[in-house]
Design a protein around this ligand. Structure first.
Ligand code: ME8
Length: 643
């Protein structure tokens, strides 16, 4: 039987400026799922590219005094450079300025026109060039674009219209019959409500600018840039010639996945499926609309200018760390407030302390106790370790298949965490003292297996790291495949060789001890005061910068030489424990804190207090003479987001 196939695409990005970490997120998701499916034996086609037409590009090129194509050539080169640095292994990079794309868009337009679903009329309304979207007066937000807030142009021109309204019921039916078509669930509900409000016919041509694909039968008209852009997904498969890629990855494929940000979910789940329905082409299986990366000023975006350059982060932390951070932190459909501290923290906690450390401890012990050579073991394994590996392998796949990267990675780190805990429990150094060599060999083998399995599961994300682990463990790449993803598959003798740390720890600035002035900096903007209460008001964006999570206190102890401080271990996620130093010693006994569910400021810069790194803060209410920790009103898991 032929291999199963899988098709995944990213949006084709506008080359109106360089890309930022938001675009990098979507593309990393696509690359990771493509690598994962390949590892499982699927034939994969992974497409990305650039959306080069439209008024927006025409305007920026004019501002630079160059032809649009000269401008886009230059920016597209920066896209390709970024993807190569991020190890994005796409199968095709489509540019909408290519001949194959012109021909496909014109043919698709003509097909829908010939069957009577496109008609000529006059468009009168508003147009946001930044979003390349038409709006009616009622859709505007106080005269501005409801999506990006910018000024809109008033447009009145002859236009071709696409009979979207005709297909509204069929589309609703399709969405209802295919629960996985729009993901995640929240996006699906939004889209259903949107369609139920009624769809209007869509203007799909413009006459007031040139930079685009002309309609063959009416060359004064340029095809609407979104009709042009969406068609890229089938151009690249050679829909035009009914080519073998189109047959394999569209017609006979059960998994066609478009990954997009939530900003463009409407185009992908309403306009695109209706174009396909009208042209008699089957619909994709899933459109996944992830949330936004936010930074000062809200959504990170080229036009707001609050962007973070991925190249700088790759240079500083490496591509694997950035890939891991984006996928681990991004909460599926929800937004996430980006901070470089959170990135450094994630690298330290997961990659350096947990994963890297497990490898280096294991390799060091094998070198020390067995001169670097370990014979394979076949029995005497700890049942819970074997069972946990099996559970993690299964749940990892369930999450990956649903594009739940963060949860899949958390699963892997359950196993890694167990490995580190296992070392503490077994205390191999005691086995050495007791002369229990056979048990020691089994324990070492179990640790190697945990690392091997974790490395296979992490390999679609940490693409540079796998080879380093193979080299340190002295295990060939044939044992790092999906077929070998089961505990005990490692056979033969291995010869380990210690190498450089996989992920060197990032040193945080010790904020409180070294930079007391930082706290005192004058605010950058004048603050608004409330007339009634006189307090300084903040914008919602300022509030959204804070991330709070539910934590459970596992351990509390006094801090030597500090009467007011307690050092707490707080569990803030399935596999994340933080050390937090809190000034609550006068108000709580050590025992009464244990198991208390508290609210933790999760994205606070770590600070050193009495030489201890405090990785967060607890919220508390302070009265005249008492202090009470904020807690939650009932059972909820650690790590639940407080908002
Ligand atoms: O919309 N957070 O291109 P575009 C997360 N050309 N993802 C983000 C993001 C953020 N802050 N900012 C951008 C276009 N993205 C069209 C697409 S497809 C047929 C045409 C990502 O350059 C996210 O995937 O504005 C979003 O949908 C996309 O970049 C928008 O890229």
């Amino acid at each position: 039987m032929a291999n199963k196939s899988f098709y995944v695409s990213t949006p084709i990005y506008y080359p109106s400026a360089k890309l930022h970490i938001g675009h990098t997120l979507t593309t990393t998701m696509a690359d990771t799922i493509a690598r994962y499916k390949k590892m499982k034996g699927y034939e994969v086609f992974f497409l990305t590219g650039s959306d080069e037409h439209g008024q927006k590009i025409e305007r920026v090129a004019a501002e630079e005094g160059v032809k649009p194509i000269e401008y886009t050539d230059k920016i597209v080169a920066t896209f390709k450079n970024l993807w190569s640095k991020m190890h994005i292994d796409y199968d095709d990079f489509i540019r909408t300025t290519e001949k194959r794309h012109y021909a496909t868009v014109q043919a698709l337009f003509q097909k829908i026109y010939d069957q009577g679903d496109i008609y000529k009329s006059v468009y009168e309304g508003f147009y946001c060039t930044s979003c390349e979207t038409f709006f009616t007066k009622f859709q505007l937000d106080e005269g501005h674009c409801p999506d990006c807030g910018k000024e809109v142009d008033i447009v009145k021109e002859e236009s071709y219209f696409f009979k979207m309204s005709k297909y509204a019921d069929r589309l609703l039916e399709y969405i209802e019959e295919h629960p996985h078509f729009i993901q995640p669930e929240s996006r699906r509900n939004e889209m259903i409500s949107f369609i139920k409000m009624g769809l209007e016919d869509l203007s799909i041509s413009r006459t007031t600018f040139d930079w685009g694909i002309p309609i063959t039968i009416d060359e004064g008209h340029i095809i609407y840039v979104w009709f042009d852009a969406l068609t890229n997904y089938i151009t690249a498969l050679d829909y035009l010639n009914d080519g073998p890629l189109y047959e394999k990855f569209w017609v006979n494929n059960e998994e066609i996945v478009h990954l997009v940000g939530k900003d463009i979910i409407r185009f992908h789940t309403i306009i695109w499926p209706i174009i396909l329905m009208a042209a008699g082409i089957k619909l994709p299986t899933t459109v996944f609309g992830h949330g936004w990366l936010l930074s000062g000023g809200g959504k990170m975006s080229k036009s707001v200018g609050n962007v973070v350059d991925p190249l700088v982060l790759i240079e500083k932390y490496g591509a694997d760390s950035l890939r891991y951070f984006l996928l681990r932190e991004m909460p599926g459909g929800n937004d996430y407030y980006y901070s470089e501290d959170a990135l450094a923290h994630r690298i330290n906690v997961d990659l350096a302390n947990d994963y890297g450390n497990l490898l280096s401890r294991t390799v060091s012990m094998i070198e020390k106790y067995f001169a670097g050579s370990l014979e394979v073991q076949e029995s005497g394994f700890d049942e819970d370790i074997v069972a946990l590996s099996q559970e993690v392998v299964a749940s990892y796949q369930l999450h990956m298949d649903k594009l739940e990267f963060g949860s899949a990675l958390q699963e892997v780190f359950k196993l890694v965490g167990r490995g580190n805990k296992f070392i503490e429990e077994v205390a191999p150094w005691n086995l050495v003292k007791a002369g229990e060599t056979e048990r020691l060999k089994v324990v070492m083998y179990e640790l190697v297996e945990i690392i091997r399995l974790a490395t296979i599961m992490l390999s679609p994300v940490l693409v540079e790291t796998k080879a380093k682990v193979e080299a340190q463990l002295g295990i060939g790449e044939e044992l790092f495949t999906f077929e070998q993803l089961n505990f005990g598959a490692l056979k033969g003798e291995i010869k380990v060789a210690k190498g450089a740390p996989l992920f060197p720890r990032i040193e945080f600035k010790e904020v409180m001890e070294q930079e007391p002035e930082a706290e005192k900096k004058a605010p950058e903007k004048a603050e608004t005061k409330s007339a009634e209460s006189g307090v300084n008001l903040i914008a919602i964006d300022d509030f959204l910068k804070c991330q709070f999570k539910v934590g459970r206190i596992l351990k509390s102890e006094k801090v030597e030489g500090a009467d007011k401080l307690l050092k707490l271990q707080v569990k803030v996620g399935a596999d994340e424990i933080r050390t937090i130093v809190a000034g609550i010693a006068q108000y709580y006994s050590l025992e009464e804190l244990i198991n208390k569910k508290v609210v933790v400021v999760y994205n606070l810069k770590p600070a050193k207090l009495r030489g201890i790194e405090s990785q967060g803060m607890l919220l508390a209410a302070k009265g005249e003479s008492s202090l009470k920790l904020l807690t939650v009103d009932g059972e909820i898991e650690e790590g639940a987001v407080v908002s």
